[in-house]
Design a binder for this molecule. Structure first.
Ligand code: BJW
Length: 250
């Protein structure tokens, strides 16, 4: 690899030589599927809605109907969304390489729809509900009510997502942190790298000696430390990156 090679070729060479790959995704990978990100200045969810009014346990206790309705709207949005070339490429990468772990902060389920199987969801999944008292998970249509009542105990149902101030699922976080510390290549795609503890994962990978590739149209707190920076949209850049790295195998 020479100094004249384009960033994508350098990143592809690192990917090709990697034994253990961890990929962290954020809202940016679903942007081209029509799912709004959180922090974009004009179009992001937090530009229009106050996270403290909607994405905290206190907000749900204060006004469960408002929170339920907001998530019902988001559910409709993601229900209509389809995986894009970025999601599909990561699923292909998993089939082309023996040791790939995908860690997502997204709650939209689009990686599963694209065919990814070795997947950790750090912030839950909006397609599921759970009982706000006992934690019982419910996949099925929860029935009427704002929010509907748990069929087991009658407590209000809530979306099975992680709100600010809540702990992430312990086993998922533990597996993701261990994999990040042990990998030799970490690919961060479409995340602003500001929400903890997920934001610490690429830095744990760097401390473990991994090569870190960041793919994002905008700079983040990771950009200055990343080994390779690919500036652009996930659906546009990921297919070329994986094609350069693995050719017809992916
Ligand atoms: C593209 C693109 C394209 C655009 N292609 N890219 C330590 C220090 C300071 C604070 C804390 C800390 N530890 C914990 C905290 C508090 C808090 C936190 O981190 N706050 C920070 C904001 C300061 N963390 C928590 O509360 C977490 N819990 C926890 O740690 O418990 C223990 C504890 C609690 C309190 C104190 C201390 C310890 C829980 C975090 C839960 C996050 N939940 C949400 C909502 C989920 C449900 C829902 O969907 O409504 O998760 S918030 C939201 O942010 C969502 C996302 O998963 C998450 C990350 O956002 P993401 O994915 O990065 O999206 P964006 O919009 O920020 O960025 C998109 C990126 O894509 C941008 O960079 C674009 O440029 C890029 N992009 N188009 C590629 N086409």
């Amino acid at each position: 690899m020479s100094a004249n090679d384009a960033p994508i070729e350098q990143a592809a060479a690192a990917l090709r030589g990697a034994r253990r790959i961890v990929i962290l995704t954020g809202a940016g990978i679903s942007a081209e599927s029509g799912v709004p990100t959180f922090r974009a200045a004009q179009t992001g969810l937090w530009a229009r809605y106050d996270p403290l009014e909607l994405a905290t346990p206190e907000a749900f206790r204060r006004d469960p109907g408002l929170v339920w309705d907001w998530y019902a709207w988001r559910r409709e949005l993601i229900g209509a969304a389809r995986p894009n070339a970025g999601h599909l490429t990561l699923a292909r990468l998993e089939r082309a390489h023996p040791d790939v772990l995908l860690v997502t902060q997204n709650v939209d389920g689009l990686h599963q729809q694209a065919g990814s199987e070795r997947l950790i969801e750090l912030h839950g999944n909006l397609r599921r509900n759970r009982c706000s008292r006992e934690g019982t998970l419910l996949d099925a249509d929860p029935g009427p009510g704002r929010p509907p009542a748990c069929p087991g105990c009658g407590a209000p149902l809530r979306p099975d997502v992680v709100w600010f101030g809540e702990m992430l699922p312990a086993e998922a976080l533990e597996r993701a942190a261990t994999a990040a510390a042990d990998c030799d290549l970490f690919l961060s795609v479409g995340t602003s790298t500001v929400v903890e503890p997920a934001a610490s994962l690429p830095f744990a990978a760097l401390r473990g000696g991994a090569t870190v590739i960041e793919l994002n149209p905008e700079p983040t707190p990771l950009t200055a430390r990343a080994s390779h920076v690919l500036k652009g949209a996930a659906a546009a850049l990921l297919p070329g990156l994986v094609e350069h790295a693995f050719g017809e195998r992916a």
